[in-house]
Design a binder for this molecule. Sequence first.
Ligand code: CP
Ligand code: NVA
Length: 650
Amino acid sequence: MTPEMQTKEEILTSALPYIQRYEGKTFVIKYGGAAMTDAALKESFAKDVTLLKKIGINVVIVHGGGNSVTDLAARLGTESRFVGGQRYTDAAMLKNVVMTLAGTVNTEVVGLINRNGGNAVGLSGIDNNLITAKKYAPKGYDLGLVGEVESVNVAFLNTLIASGIIPVIAPIGVSVSGEVYNINADIAASGIAQALGAEKLFFLSDTEGVLVDGELVPTLTNARAQQLIKQGVITGGMIPKIHAAFEALANGVQKVHLINGATNHSLLLEIFTHEGVGTQIIREEKVFGRASSLKRGSATPSQKQDLLDLTVMTKQDFEDLMHLTDVLKHTDAKPLAGKHVTLLFQKPSLRTRVSFEVGVAQLGGTSLYLSNEGVGLGEREAVSDVARVLSSYSSCIVARLFDHNMLLDLAKHSSVPVVNALTDQSHPCQILADLYTIRQHGKLLPGLKVAFIGDGNNVANSWIEMAAIYPMHLSIASPYGYAPDAATLARAQAAGISTIEVVDDPRIAADSADAIYTDVWTSMGQESEQLARRTAFKDYQINAGLTRLAHPNALIMHCLPAHRGEEITDEAIESKNSVIFDQAENRLHVQKAILATLLAPVDYDDPLLFKEGAGGGSFAASTQPPPNPRLEKAGEQEEYGQTEAAVHHS
Ligand code: CP
Ligand code: NVA
């Protein structure tokens, strides 16, 4: 392979997790600035947009007008007047705006994309009442016929999107009583992104993003943005852009990107490469649903987050974890450099122990395994004292205990994150690896049916908790007296995410299942019940007879260790549908993502994260705002009356 081919291969491979993550998601792109006027940039933009659409991303374009509105107004003798940085729009100017945006500019953008293989359709906010607007009346300003978005015809847009069309929208709105309004393109794009629940909103303009001290700020949170506005670092037309960004983030958009349209293929570079090109704006970094004040480059989380069971996770956390697992599989990032993880195990383990130890090492950290004989948790020493002592040596405690309450006690008295490596109550790390395995085999799809056959034990309880996060039909078949935890079941059923049933006939559970799962009949600690359990569970074996009832391609799953010939036959373990050893391997990959999330909760979507030179695959240091920045404004050109300032610190 030539070096050039190798580079290409590396680029394509590293893009894969991002492509998987964004398939079926919606990106709204505000198109403006030089990317609308320079011939080469126009082609690059159209190619990027077409490629995004072809790989399954729903793309919606909202365009500005470049200088076309001002040019036409000058030719027609209409005076351009600006109030507070925005174009005053009277009836004559509105005519120019409509002619330009819905006429020449819109058709040009549509033609450009279609020439490059996209299926673009041009619209203004007036078409099918796409944008219902009302007069925009910021405090103290009268901007005439300038509007803001009141509502968006989402059903119409979704119909277009579902038909493979790229909607190209001119930012003009209409009120319920028929008045037409000129809407700032950033504000229109933000409103449309909010209404569609877009994954991402891009502002493509002529600035690299937010610059501090001449350096691009790769990631900006709300708090930091407010601080930079107060300090006068963010000024001019960038301020409404930032406000439009935060409004989008507050209303469901996952992330907003400010990128420079004057760079060829800036969209693709921002989305799919490890060298991002702009500023990404995020809400606050979160760890399993809870905001963390930890920022990129910080050494330790300010507020610890445990993983004691799956109830702490949201669907978004789960999706983020799956994505992070993909990302970490493709990099040699060392987010745990300098961190130590203590494993405290009261029960035996092969997979959990080894996968945590290897995972910590691969992420650059160190670990130490302690069996309970040496510690005497709760006997030689109080749980609370063990927790305090281990917290002073470790960044994290991974504990496998009998009593779940003892785990809660350990977590309560630890100042570092505690991870449940199995208790009698639950086994969350196992189920996350199992879901990753199902996803890896292309089965994490709407309508997923999982059959759990056997004991309503810790693994079954975690399956139930998972069903309160990810929609599925979970059918659990257990003999009388061996049903899963009733409170766990009731909570998950009340969440209303999945249908969860507990039946006594394994054939009902197995019927048409996409995955058929089992675990030992006698869990660790229940050895004295082994004989009675063998009798109770004898009809609950995964064998050829039972798997025949499931979907022909149903995955056969087991968390291991297996008692071959009891809960599962050799034939089932070795069958072509068995993914049992993938489950075991995935423990490693998913637990690395769990540790990275808890101990170094950075934004793994950030393409700059793994930038070469940013600490050997580790995290780049955060950029601190200068105490008293002297500012120099540049790039005072922006379409549509917005003055956008690229901000430099000289
Ligand atoms: N599946 C599982 O947790 O295996 P170990 O008990 O070997 O860790
Ligand atoms: N239910 C089993 C799971 C082992 C990974 C046990 O607790 O022993």
